[in-house]
Design a protein around this ligand. Structure first.
Ligand code: V47
Ligand code: SF4
Length: 395
């Protein structure tokens, strides 16, 4: 008969909970890393690689949870938000993308000003504090068209925070206008841009990038754009797309490059590991990342990104169940109510199109955490019936 600790412990990635304690006691390398986590010391690239390739899930989770508790206690954040993807027509052809459309394809769409206004009024009706705006790089739309998207949102409802445009889109606007990134960003801020989401980062390694998103902004440009945004006082997020053709060394390298920039600017708010969804993409022959991998990426990110305040378990792509468990593996944020998400649903995500606040509360409370509604900038949202006000930063 298999012993309680030994049944699954033959492979280091499959240890039981008590096996996780034994792992630290018997694996001197893991013990060394655990001691660094205890002492709040920075982990090296080699530490990260060891954790990614060798550590069992429960040890990873236990260490990551230790950091999460230190930074955010029992709090688990969410926000009330809505998505707007103003066009899916895109000049690029990232192999992992199911959302994009060719210019003349039947699937292609472009939002009119009225459609944008309607979406904003829907957000207002739902009490959303944030609108998340990203889309394709349309062959025929000029910079003014993208400026107009932000202007229309802001004029329709100035109170809503506009989190818009990935680094890839900002790079495209630079290409269209032949102006530097800080000029492009300033123009957007002048019409209402409040912060930037973390998309477009994918995997920074140039070789991997050439396989999955050959032509779009390279890693240095993505990092330069986020640096320029931080220098202008814009807060931004960062992501990493995992579970496709990359290897552990690429993931750890990605996290180290982000950590380096954050050391300089402290402008990133949250990191979101994004699980690859293969359906309807050019990589549909690949399997979806497993639950094991999803939790490992949350935990690894929490441990490597010691200078990031928040790690987001984006429930839309992880599924509610894994996102809930991730709150005990290093994540402290679930993103939000997320109405009208298209990028993952086009790629086969089976999650609902949105969650209600009571549903988010239940997920968080069952995980033993305290739900805190935040705005985009991690300030507490105080609700009084249909009205809301913004309080102090939570942590
Ligand atoms: O850059 C595209 C990814 C990103 C697929 O900042 C895919 O708060 C998996 O960045 N499978 C856009 N991923 C979404 C994004 C995001 C999401 C939620 C919150 C925030 C934030 C940012 O989605 C893209 C790409 O990395 N993506 N296609 C796919 N098939
Ligand atoms: Fe275009 Fe973005 Fe899709 Fe790449 S991920 S094809 S840039 S919409």
């Amino acid at each position: 008969m298999a012993s309680l600790t030994g049944g699954l412990s033959c492979h280091p990635l499959h240890r039981s909970f008590s096996g996780s304690m034994i792992a630290v006691a018997t694996d001197s390398r893991l013990a060394e890393i655990a001691a660094k986590v205890d002492a709040e010391e920075r982990l090296t690239f080699e530490d990260g690689l060891y954790l990614d390739e060798q550590a069992d899930l429960l040890t990873l989770g236990r260490l990551a949870n230790q950091v999460r508790q230190r930074k955010n206690g029992r709090y688990a954040f969410y926000n009330t938000n809505i998505h707007l993807n103003p066009t899916n027509v895109c000049v690029y052809r990232c192999t992992f993308c199911a959302f994009r459309s060719d210019l003349k394809a039947e699937k292609g769409y472009v939002f009119s000003d009225d459609m944008i206004r309607e979406r904003v009024l829907e957000a207002k009706e739902q009490g959303a504090t944030e609108i998340h705006v990203v889309g394709g790089l349309h062959h025929l739309k000029n910079f003014d068209w993208y400026i107009n998207v932000i202007r229309v949102i802001h004029e329709t409802w100035p109170e809503i925070h506009i989190k818009a445009w990935t680094g890839v889109e900002i790079q495209w606007f630079g290409h269209l206008t032949k102006k530097p990134y800080d000029w492009v960003l300033q123009q957007m801020m002048d019409v209402g841009l409040g912060s930037m989401p973390g998309g477009g980062a994918e995997i920074f390694d140039e070789e991997v990038r050439s396989q999955i998103c050959e032509h779009k902004a390279d890693s240095q440009r993505w990092l330069d754009i986020h640096r320029a945004a931080h220098d202008l006082g814009l807060r931004t997020n960062a992501t990493m797309l995992y579970g496709h053709v990359e290897e552990a060394r690429h993931r750890v390298d990605h996290l180290c490059r982000l950590r380096e920039l954050q050391d300089d600017t402290n402008g990133f708010q949250t990191f979101i590991p994004l699980a690859f969804h293969p359906e309807n993409t050019g990589l549909s022959h690949l399997p979806k990342p497993s639950g094991q991998m999803d939790l490992r990426m949350i935990a690894l990110s929490r441990l490597m990104l010691d200078n990031f305040d928040h790690i987001k378990a984006y429930w839309i792509m992880l599924g509610e169940k894994t996102a809930q468990v991730a709150l005990g593996f290093g994540a402290d944020d679930l993103d939000g109510t997320v109405v009208h998400e298209l990028i993952y649903h086009d790629a086969g995500a089976k999650t609902p199109e949105g969650l209600t606040v009571p549903q988010l509360h239940r997920l968080i409370q069952e995980a033993g955490c305290e739900p805190i509604e935040r705005d985009t900038l991690y300030r507490r949202v105080i609700r009084d019936g249909a009205k809301w006000t913004i309080g102090e930063p939570v942590c």
